[in-house]
Structures are given as C-alpha cells and as structure tokens.
Design a binder for this molecule. Structure first.
Ligand code: ASP
Length: 343
C-alpha cells in the first residue's frame, strides 16, 4: 500500500486568505485558521495536511528577503517530516518570492509549490479553491514511491510552471501568470498531466542546503529613449551598490553613446556586476548580435540570456550573498543553476 503524503501548507498572506473590511472596502489579511473552515474539501484530500501561518500575514507587496529566509527556515525545520510543501502568498510578488526560494534551496528533492488567488476564498466565484486543492494534489503526487516534482513551482489557473520562469502578466484574469521562455510543466484537466521530459530530476542524492545569505544592494535600471545620463550616473553611484539589472531593448541592445558606455565601464571597474536583461516579454539577450550590444559585451556585461527580470533579481541577490570570487561571477550567473535560463 502506498504511503499517504504529508503536506505542509504555509500561509504567508495574500488575497487567498483575505476578507473585505466593510468600513474601508479594502481587502485585508485574516486569521489563517479560518481557511480550513472555508474549504472543507481540504479534509477530503488523500493526504495529511499540516498548516503553519505567518503570525502576521502580509500582502505580498511587503515581501522582502527577511520573509524569504523565514519561508526557507520553515521548510528546513519540516523537511524530514513533510513530503511536499504548498506556499500561499499574494500573487503580486509571487514570481520574485518563488524564484528566490528556488535559489535558496540547493539540492531540493521534494515539491515546493507556490499558489494564491485573484479572488478571496470567500468570494462565490473564487479561483482560490481550485488553485489550492490542485497545488496540494501536485505536492502529494508520487511515482514509484518518489515525488513527481523535485523543484520550486508555481501553480495558477490549471497550469504548473517552473517558478523561476514566471512573471505576473495580468492583475484581473484568473490566468495571471505566464512562463514566456519555458513551457508549463504540468496541466490540470480531467487528469493531472506532467510533462516528464521538462521536470528537474536529481541524479545525485546530495543533502538539501539552505542558503540564507541574501545581498540586497542591487537596482533595476530600465532604459528608455531619452533617459538622461545624469539619472544613470547617479543610480550607478548609489552607496554600497553591488549589482544592476540593466533592462535593455530587444536582444540586449542599448544606446552606443560613448558617455553611457563609459559610465557602465566605470561601474564594472568598481566591482559592480551588471546583468543585461531584455525588456521584451519573451526571447533572449544575445550580446554582440547587433552593433548596439557589441560594446556592452566588450566591457564585460553579464548576459541574462532568457531570464525573467524577477528571476534575475533573485539570482543576483542570491549570488552576491555567496561570496563568489569576482572573476567567477559572470560565468556562474550565465550558467543555469535551477533551470532559470536556457543554455
Ligand atoms: N495584493 C495581493 C498580494 O499580492 C494580491 C494577491 O494576493 O494576489 O498580496
């Protein structure tokens, strides 16, 4: 007889567990213990569910690396007892949070599934029930006694995505997320259909290592035609700055202005890591494809390839926290660590 899975449900906050404040009409987080009362179906799932809630649930706009560490610590403390984890957060910053957790959990060999909802659980037309119930089923899915999923994923509106490939694309539709450069890895229809060939599998049996050191001395610098060099210069001179996600045009292009290139070169010489990420919704940076990216390549910009901005932020904060020798940083960033870029 196969063993019943033990799932740990971690509630951090977000619409899924919110109620309307009738005085102000605004949504606010409510006591998580009510969640089970609101979804009695949870008691009928073929798995054991334990729940842990943040003492003070947060809207995901207040998410930050301290909470990322808190999530990884809960996973660490329960890693031996739980067969899988479902993490409920607000959808607004879920792509960032789940990307960060994917880097912070090294050698993960159990499912960690993020989900949330667009409508609160009490709403008649809520998407919360389906998202939550299916996320739990995915976290408990096993094949030959082993978990089907060994990575950090995001489940929303019938699709399971690799978390560090996702981006929130819609603030109203139930289909709120997309994974522009990597296909979904499972789909929920009449059956749960896993795309086996896309799943991360672990050949070695290395022990889970939790990396809690996160360095937040970074900025996102999004270029636009007409952006003043003064703004760029002052951003690059921010005290303690160690990393920049430079959002460029198309396949990694930017102005060829000598002054602009000199500002970037100066920053790189000071030891600031600059990652070239495209502003396009999909596709990849290809440094040197156009003349407008040749100089960026020559001065040592790091190619984000087809990484999302969310995963680039998480990866940069994570890698800057790992004391990697400066000379190896570029190579490591350009390597896929958790399936976040196509190599
Ligand atoms: N503002 C909410 C949050 O991100 C939206 C949601 O839960 O989807 O926390």
């Amino acid at each position: 007889m196969s063993k019943i899975s033990n799932i740990l449900l971690i509630y951090t906050g977000g619409t899924i567990g919110m109620v309307k404040d009738y005085e102000t009409n605004a949504l606010r987080a409510f006591d998580f213990s009510n969640l089970r009362d609101r979804i009695p179906e949870l008691n009928h799932l073929d798995c054991k569910i334990n729940t842990i809630s943040f003492e003070e649930p947060i809207d995901s706009s207040n998410m930050n690396p301290k909470y990322w560490v808190k999530i990884t610590e809960i996973i660490e403390e329960n890693y031996n007892d739980a067969d899988g984890f479902v993490i409920l957060t607000g959808s607004d910053t879920m792509a960032y949070t789940s990307s960060a957790i994917s880097f912070m959990l090294e050698n993960l060999s159990k499912p960690v599934i993020f989900t949330g909802s667009q409508l609160p659980i009490g709403d008649l037309r809520t998407d919360a029930k389906e998202n939550l119930i299916t996320a739990i089923q995915i976290a408990s899915a096993r094949k030959n006694g082993k978990p089907r999923i060994n990575e950090v994923c995001l489940y929303f509106e019938y699709k399971l995505y690799r978390a560090n490939r996702t981006t929130k694309v819609n603030s109203e539709h139930f289909e709120a997320f997309a994974s522009p450069n990597f296909p979904h890895i499972a789909e929920s229809g009449v059956h749960l259909k896993f795309e086996e060939h896309l799943l991360i599998t672990h050949k070695s049996r290395k022990k889970l290592t939790i990396r809690k050191n996160i360095n937040d001395n970074i900025v996102i610098l999004k270029l636009f035609p007409g952006m003043s060099l003064i703004s760029i210069e002052s951003i690059l001179n921010i005290d303690k700055l160690q990393g920049v996600i430079l959002e460029t045009y198309g396949s990694g292009n930017a102005t060829t202005s000598k002054k602009f290139i000199a500002l970037l070169k100066n920053a790189i010489n000071k030891g600031i890591q600059i990652i070239n990420v495209t502003q396009c919704n999909s596709g990849s940076v290809i440094l040197g494809q156009y003349e407008t990216s040749t100089e960026l390549k020559n001065i040592g910009l790091i190619s984000g390839k087809d990484i999302t901005t969310e995963a680039a932020v998480a990866k940069l904060m994570y890698l800057l926290g790992q004391n990697i020798p400066k000379m190896n940083f570029k190579k490591i960033f350009e390597t896929s660590l958790r399936g976040e870029i196509t190599e």
